[in-house]
Design a protein around this ligand. Structure first.
Ligand SMILES: Nc1ncnc2c1ncn2[C@@H]1O[C@H](COP(=O)(O)OP(=O)(O)O[C@H]2O[C@H](CO)[C@@H](O)[C@H](O)[C@H]2O)[C@@H](O)[C@H]1O
Length: 739
């Protein structure tokens, strides 16, 4: 097996050499190693030279030669794809061998070394393989450059073969049999290549002297710290890389990321989707602001400066590697201690924070080594989220693509909620630091805001692809009501819009293993123990809330941001009816002060039956999800909604307004066919909510077996991120090949 792979690689490599030796118009030798990018200067110089030669001589032969090179490059790319395919097939074989019940002797067919080579993202240098032509990475960037170290403890990189299996980062190379000497020589690079520097456009960050010195002195950086324990985390990822040749480098950029920072569903998505993408074989990073001192983080030593509204701002990059994902956090005093007030402050404060965040995030793949290697900008897609990071697609074009930088990097913008757009007066354009002709991307007019500056609008126009978090919402966005003023732009860009329903993080939200159900009388449960586990959680919740502990009274819950979007006013209008029934109600939320007041008032007025918990408590959210019988989501609009998904996993029945993602995910109960997952209503009115909830409570009391059927169907769904990650991958691939 090793021999087969080895020969496949060597053959391919040999072909590369032959191709590149054609004539002096060809690019410099480029070793075919994943994550190894030809230094930009070499490729760039070659391209410049080729262009200049052509312009000065006007020689048509040059055109032909160039054409020949392009053709050869295409052939090379095809060969690389074929190689990746072979690797995937090898992996399939190994998996099937492992899965079969074979004797331990047979298992030795795949040596540990080979197994690691295929399985561990960190040890597989083929992961994230890129096009044979280079990406425009500035030379001051720590993209793989002589990344191999002498490993024989003699302090010399002496060419001894024993040296060559280990990267500076401790990353393993494939077994020696995979490498021929020519190949190894290329990996080392030449000193002249290493020394080359490139003049950057002025907007690109100032390179950190701290970081430079750490490179030069080989001071330990984060990648030296990564140990076996980290790698083990990924070991449950036992399937072959599902992405196959589509594997790419993905950087999700978001203003919040659970469990470190979260105000709502965006935080959940930023914490979970990347893990599912990594499981498919992509190299995945999340970039978020560092709002506090998060215990898991290590200092990368990388510091850089960016201008925000004319002022120099230094950022400091921190990192953690968890569940196969690189989490990079950006520190600056503007983010400090904002964890519970992420979108707080006045309009220009938030705007300045997001400008800095986007500028600093976009260069992470150049400057922040993860596992020893920067991601680089080839084969790279950024996933920006909501208006807070909608500047990233704009910056990618304006600061980089227009200067021939990051040519192969793409951006996708995800709409989690279009109601928040980063609006301001047109003068706000001065904060985003873009050439004047970019103003038109931001300038909007609508009857409510008049002429204004709109960040989401610019991001939607600039992103290569747009995703929103359900099919229903993708449709609603095109309507005057659902688009919140951006429907025109959505319609114009419909060709690049796709709805993908969110998944849920089954590690975090699973009644079987939920860490918030292990104390205070709560218990973990599953479909098999639903009839005992859930009533126990209900009793524990009633006790914790100081409500009468009664098994027979339906306990209704609500969890959410207290925002007009969530329909809290409809619940409050329905409360007098609810308390006339034999029900208990608990509402957990934080947000608009008048809605917080309303919650407190309801609790005071109906203390026997109603609890209004004002605050943000993840533990309480889990406990309500487990202990309640019914979850209300009367949202006026709901792009996807996660709480109804969590509820169904916990055997809690959703009653929802049939909009957006709620409509997509909660199929209404049909008593004739014993199908469906909950109750829905079609107009955001308290009367309709009461009607749906009335039917739900009637079924709860009178039709226990129907009730259990709904619970079972909800719990048996596969709501994990796996399916959504697959669909995201399709979008990423589309973006990658888009020009
Ligand atoms: N007081 C509180 N204490 C503890 N936890 C609380 C809480 N209030 C809310 N949460 C938690 O925050 C999350 C809310 O997620 P949602 O998807 O329901 O709404 P949100 O509107 O924030 O997200 C937006 O983005 C997501 C993600 O795409 C879309 O699903 C959604 O429709 C869109 O509006 C859940 O995990 C919930 O438990």
């Amino acid at each position: 097996m090793a021999t087969m792979l080895s020969s496949a690689f060597v053959n391919d490599h040999t072909a590369t050499d032959t191709t590149l030796l054609l004539n002096n118009h060809l690019p410099p030798k480029i070793p075919l190693v994943a994550n190894y990018r030809p230094r930009k200067s070499l490729y760039y110089k070659w391209r410049l030279k080729a262009t200049n030669d052509k312009t000065s001589s006007g020689d048509d032969d040059d055109d032909e030669a160039l054409q020949a090179v392009i053709e050869k490059s295409k052939m090379l790319l095809a060969k690389q794809r074929a190689l990746l395919q072979q690797i995937a097939e090898r992996r399939d074989i190994i998996t099937s061998i492992n899965n079969a019940t074979v004797s331990s002797e047979k298992e030795e067919i795949v040596s540990e070394e080979e197994e690691r080579f295929f399985m561990e993202p960190e040890s597989n240098p083929y992961r994230g393989i890129v096009e044979p032509v280079g990406s425009a990475v500035p030379d001051n960037v720590l993209v793989p450059d002589n990344k191999y170290v002498d490993n024989d403890d003699d302090g010399n990189d002496d060419g001894n073969d024993d040296d060559d299996d280990t990267l500076k980062s401790g990353m393993k190379l494939p077994p020696k049999s995979y490498l021929d000497s020519d190949f190894k020589e290329k990996l080392h690079g030449t000193s002249s290549e290493k020394a080359t520097r490139y003049e950057l456009p002025p907007f690109v960050s100032e390179f950190s002297t701290t970081y430079k010195s750490s490179i030069e002195t080989n001071e330990p950086t984060l990648h030296h710290v990564r140990d076996d324990a980290d790698v083990k985390i990924g070991e449950d990822v036992k399937s072959p890389p599902l992405a196959g040749p589509n594997a790419m480098n993905v950087i999700l950029v978001a203003a919040e990321c659970a469990p470190w920072s979260k105000t709502g569903g965006l935080g959940d998505v930023a914490g979970a989707l990347p893990k599912a993408l990594a499981k498919r074989g992509h190299r995945v990073m999340v970039v978020a602001p560092r709002y506090g001192n998060y215990a898991e983080l290590q200092d990368t030593g990388v510091r850089k400066r960016y201008k925000v509204n004319g002022q120099d701002m230094e950022v400091h990059y921190f990192q953690a590697y968890i569940d196969g994902v690189d989490f990079v956090f950006i520190e600056n005093h503007m983010f400090n201690n904002l964890g519970s007030n992420i979108y707080g402050g006045n309009r220009t404060d938030i705007l300045r924070r997001m400008v800095l965040f986007c500028k600093a995030a976009i260069e992470v793949p150049w400057h922040v080594p993860c596992g020893g290697l920067c991601y680089g900008d080839g084969n790279l897609v950024f996933i920006a989220n909501d208006w807070h990071t909608a500047l990233l697609p704009v910056y990618l074009k304006a600061y980089y693509h227009e200067y021939g930088l990051m040519q192969y990097a793409r951006s996708v913008l995800v709409i989690h909620n279009i109601a928040h757009q980063g609006r301001g007066p047109v003068d706000d354009f001065s904060y985003v630091d873009l050439p004047p002709h970019y103003l038109d991307l931001f300038r909007m007019y609508d009857p409510i805001g008049g002429e204004h500056f709109n960040i989401f609008a610019a991001g939607l126009k600039s992103a290569y692809q747009i995703v929103t978090v359900s099919h229903g919402y993708a449709w609603e966005l095109k309507t005057t009501e659902g688009g919140h003023g951006l429907h025109g732009i959505i319609q114009e860009n419909e060709w690049k819009l796709k709805g993908i329903v969110n998944g849920i993080d089954k590690k975090e939200w699973n009644p079987r293993s939920d860490i918030h159900l292990t104390s205070d009388g709560y218990t973990n449960y599953s479909l098999e123990t639903l009839n005992t586990g859930k009533p126990q959680c209900k009793a524990a919740l009633q006790k914790e809330l100081g409500l009468p502990v009664r098994a027979d009274v339906p306990l209704v819950g609500f969890i959410g941001r207290l925002d007009n979007q969530k329909g809290v006013d409809l619940i409050c209008e329905a409360i007098p009816w609810m308390v006339s029934q034999d029900v208990q109600l608990v509402m957990l939320g934080t947000g608009q002060p008048e809605l917080e007041r309303m919650l407190r008032e309801m609790e005071n007025r109906y203390h026997e039956k109603v609890r209004g918990w004002v605050g943000f408590s993840v533990k309480m959210a889990h406990r309500i999800t487990a202990g309640a019988d019914v979850l209300l989501m009367p949202s006026k609009f709901e792009p996807c909604g996660l709480n109804q998904l969590y509820a169904m996993c916990y055997g809690t029945i959703p009653v929802v307004h049939a909009v957006g993602g709620l409509k997509d995910t909660v199929q209404p109960f049909d008593p004739y066919n014993e199908s469906g997952l909950g109750w829905t209503f079609h107009r955001a009115e308290s009367g309709q909510l009461i009607h749906a909830l009335g039917n739900c409570l009637f079924t709860y009391r009178e039709y226990k077996s129907s009730w259990e059927g709904i619970q079972n169907r909800g719990m048996m769904q596969d709501l994990s991120w796996d399916n959504a990650a697959h669909q995201y991958e399709e979008v990423l691939v589309t973006a990658k090949y888009q020009w």
